[in-house]
Design a protein around this ligand. Structure first.
Ligand code: UT7
Length: 346
């Protein structure tokens, strides 16, 4: 009988060259470097130039992940693309990436769970692989926020938070020598493998963080007055998001650890979605994990939504903070509300 497990065999990220500092934003709206740094930890973020799309960022990240894995692009059997800022309203970015990579007509699925998009996508790749449906899946998280923000006094509460970027991983099936062990022993066995996931959604909070237009929920689909009113930019109940985030992050991390009898101090490296440095600190303190074991790059990139976890993991791997076989936990909270975590041996 075939007994496949899934493992990450390649990773890469790409951010645009253009750095936008807090002072640059303060020239466009009533804000300050001090306010942004103190409330969020962000110092700068990257914005695309006018010729670059979300799919372009994804392609650059994907090509790096392919190189790292030693895969040729045409070995990809399926694409999972997490984004809330697709190039087109439809079709999704997965097919655009398939085309730009110049590969055959493989399946391509977009995931719209915002900040948790990459974790949902990784869990989906794991399930497809374990079911035997695919052996080689490209998983991408990419965002171009800069074109959707209201860079004005009215939009300042969200415009200062977000940035552009992309990250990608290659996920591969392998015959797992630890397959016959119980799940707790398997989680402790040497080698790379995805171990478990927890995914949640709670639509009662949908309007606490959303972009209302364009949308078919009410009429008109989109009108000039709605654009003027800022309905195409994110609107957020920041305090409600914050309050729920600091509760759900630790909860969902415990949820992936407990069935495997792993305690938070055993996590080799935690990669939380980069929403706010204060949220990350609260999560760290709640779980008793020291700062050197927790990814934090929000000061350089802001919140890149579905791209934030693969960018942070890719940097941690490149800088030697995560090595092969290390126990890594990924966790995210965001619009939906959705929250999710994955546990893996890298
Ligand atoms: O991936 C999930 C995405 N989102 C998040 O994780 C965000 C979670 N929430 C947060 O991180 C925080 O709520 C924020 C950083 C967004 C805001 O911090 P806060 O401490 O909750 O501030 P606030 O919204 O209560 O606003 C405090 C003050 C207000 O002025 P008044 O009413 O006290 O006079 C705002 O109008 O700060 C004002 N303000 C700003 N001032 C300067 C709001 N945005 C800005 C700004 N610059 N950009």
């Amino acid at each position: 009988m075939r007994t496949p497990s899934a493992r990450i065999v390649g990773i890469g990220h790409h951010v645009p060259d253009r750095i936008v500092t807090n002072d640059d934003l303060a020239r466009l709206m009533d804000t300050s470097d001090e306010w942004i740094r103190e409330r969020t930890g962000i110092r700068e973020r990257r914005f695309v130039d006018e010729d670059t799309s979300c799919t372009d960022l994804a392609e650059a990240a994907a090509r790096r992940a392919l190189d790292d894995a030693g895969w040729k692009a045409d070995e990809i059997e399926f694409i999972l693309f997490a984004t809330l800022s697709p190039d087109l309203y439809f079709p999704g970015n997965g097919v655009l990436l398939q085309h730009q990579l110049g590969i055959g007509p493989v399946g391509a699925l977009d995931l719209r769970t915002q900040c948790t998009g990459f974790v949902y996508a990784l869990a989906t790749a794991d399930a497809y692989i374990r079911s035997g449906m695919y052996d080689r899946i490209l998983v991408v998280g990419a965002e171009v926020h800069s074109r959707g923000l209201s860079l004005s006094d009215e939009g300042r509460d969200t415009a200062v938070l977000f940035g552009d970027g992309a990250g990608a991983v290659c996920v591969e099936a392998f015959e797992d020598p630890a397959w016959s062990l119980g799940s707790q022993e398997r989680a402790r066995a040497a080698g790379s493998r995805l171990l478990g996931h927890a995914l949640h959604g709670e639509g009662a909070h949908a309007l606490d963080l959303c972009v209302r237009k364009p949308g078919s929920g009410d009429s008109p689909f989109i009108a000039p007055e709605q654009i003027q009113a800022g309905d195409t930019a994110p609107s957020m109940n920041g305090r409600e998001v914050f309050r729920n985030a600091v509760r759900r992050f630790p909860e969902v991390i415990q949820e992936v650890l407990e069935p495997l009898a792993i305690t938070p101090d055993e996590i080799g490296y935690l990669v939380p979605h980069q929403a706010n440095a204060r949220i990350t600190e609260a999560v760290r303190d709640r779980l008793g994990i020291p700062p050197e074991k927790v990814a934090s790059n929000i000061h350089r990139y802001g919140n890149t939504t579905a791209a934030s976890i693969p960018i942070a993991l890719s940097e941690a791997v490149a800088e030697g903070r995560v090595g092969r076989g290390d126990l890594v936990c990924l966790a995210a909270f965001g619009a939906g509300f959705t929250w999710a975590a994955s546990l893996l041996r890298y």
